[in-house]
Design a binder for this molecule. Structure first.
Ligand code: BGC
Length: 466
């Protein structure tokens, strides 16, 4: 059996993407409420006002998770639901929702894995400068304390931040996501430094206040670079690319993970950013260096590289017509390489905090939702992950993104990522074929998956894809 006994078979969601009840029970506005209500921001003007209505239907959703045999469920707490303006008064009704959710999960035998921040910053915090204002670090610590005091007697697994690369670079630099600011690199690096400090303070608060000793991680984007061939030169090039800055940008893995796991910014990054690098105060790097208990990664696709004549990595694009979902190429060895490289660098157990694909499947005339592509995606990626485990990489869990179709940020409800289909008009849930497949994977503890090498996991019809 490849998967360790205590391996967590899970699925993930995030508050704004599924909860709905955006203006109910005292919840404050988040930047995503404001953004999605701004004309032209989200495709077709979709908003998260109702989303999957999970806020009201959570008990039904937990039952569906139970039927799927899920052992772990990763969800996020909405900061403005708990603290409507981000600081100060606690909204008891909001906090009580998460209390009920945790109890319902535990009663169903499903372990809650809680993310403290998945992008829905309180608008009140945004108006005080958001991530650019250093005070956010203590505001986030205070919010963490409220949640830890309430849930920390039952919740053991925590993630501090989801994908700082996105809520800094895509939100503050390119302006693509809420709050759609377009700042220069220097301000983004400052905001990012505050986000890293917030991770550190959050971990400290969880460790100090949770009654059940917490197991802490986070969920950054794990941009995966993989070698195009088995040659040692390509392997070395992929490793170099994996931990490279990729230019004067924060859109990479290493800028974020090195400070948290190693206690310093990567030298290459400091050199490239030059004057735009954040002003680091005394004690900052120690505060950031709250080493997580596990290394979470959100990984969907691999980028292939080969060694150029000088050994430096060169991109190898996927061939035209390569199998892809709406999320990008299907690259079955992605979880193998990200786990291997991340464990090699940081020496911590790996958790795949997100992985999945997007489609537009609908309910067929037979009443079922047929998604053979997702079944194949899960098969390949988990077979790749199993190959890493066989080589000795400690992997503690896999969270499929997503439990159910949901609000896909700027793409609204168009891209469907769920194991469970949601009819947004009636809010009816229909488990897809992939939900049943995943149930069988879990039930067999991965034994029904084919044994594959990473190369086989990424080949189609026996042919290499690059
Ligand atoms: C995010 C999710 C998102 C998913 C698919 C990740 O970047 O954490 O919130 O829905 O990818 O795009």
């Amino acid at each position: 059996m490849d998967f360790p006994t205590n391996f967590a078979w899970g699925a993930a969601t995030a508050a704004y993407q599924i909860e709905g009840a955006a203006y109910e029970d005292g919840k404050g506005e988040s930047i995503w409420d404001v953004f999605s209500h701004t004309p032209g921001r989200v495709l077709h003007g979709h908003t998260g006002d109702v989303a999957c209505d999970h806020y009201h239907r959570y008990a039904q959703d937990v039952q569906l998770m139970r039927q799927m045999g899920l052992q772990a469920y990763r969800f996020s707490v909405s900061w403005p639901r708990v603290l409507p303006t981000g600081t100060g008064a606690v909204n008891e009704k909001g906090l009580a929702f998460y209390d009920r959710l945790v109890d319902t999960l535990l009663a169903a035998g499903i372990e809650p894995w809680v993310t403290l921040f998945h992008w829905d910053l309180p608008q009140g915090v945004q108006e005080r400068g958001g991530w650019l204002n250093r005070e956010i670090v203590e505001w986030f610590a205070d919010y963490t304390a409220v949640v830890a005091d309430r849930l920390g007697d039952r919740v053991k697994r925590w993630m501090t931040l989801n994908e700082p690369q996105c809520f800094i670079s895509l939100s503050l630099e390119t302006g693509y996501m809420a709050p759609a600011w377009k700042m220069g690199l220097r301000d983004c690096a400052t905001a990012g430094h505050h986000a890293l400090l917030a991770h550190g303070r959050c971990a400290q608060v969880l460790r100090a206040r949770c009654k059940v000793p917490p197991v802490i991680g986070w969920a950054p984007v794990g941009f995966c670079k993989a070698p195009a061939t088995d040659s040692p030169a390509d392997l070395a090039a992929a490793r170099t690319a994996m931990w490279a800055m990729g230019g004067r940008t924060l859109w990479n893995t290493v800028w974020w993970t090195d400070p948290v796991f190693l206690g310093h910014y990567p030298e290459e990054g400091l050199r490239l950013l030059g004057d735009d690098a954040p002003r680091v105060r005394e004690g900052d790097m120690e505060a950031i260096h709250q080493v997580p208990d596990f290394c979470g990664v959100n990984t969907y696709c691999a980028d292939y590289v080969r060694a150029g004549d000088d050994g430096q990595p060169l991109p190898v694009p996927l061939k035209p017509g390569h199998p892809a979902s709406l999320m990008g190429g299907i690259t079955g060895d992605a979880l193998y390489w990200i786990s291997r490289f991340a464990h090699e660098r940081y020496g911590k157990p790996i958790v795949i905090t997100e992985n999945g694909m997007a489609d537009t499947h609908w309910v067929s005339t037979d009443g079922h939702v047929h998604d053979p592509d997702r079944i194949d995606q899960i098969t390949r990626y988990l077979a790749g992950l199993a190959a890493a485990i066989r080589e000795g990489v400690p992997v503690e869990g896999y969270f499929h993104w997503s439990l159910m179709d949901n609000f896909e940020w700027c793409k609204g409800y168009t891209n469907r990522f769920g194991l469970i289909h949601v009819d947004y008009a009636t809010l009816k849930r229909t488990p897809k074929d992939s939900a049943d497949f995943y149930r069988r994977v879990i039930e067999s503890h991965g034994a029904i998956l084919p044994e594959m090498t990473p190369g086989e996991a990424r080949s189609f019809g026996g042919k290499s894809i690059v």
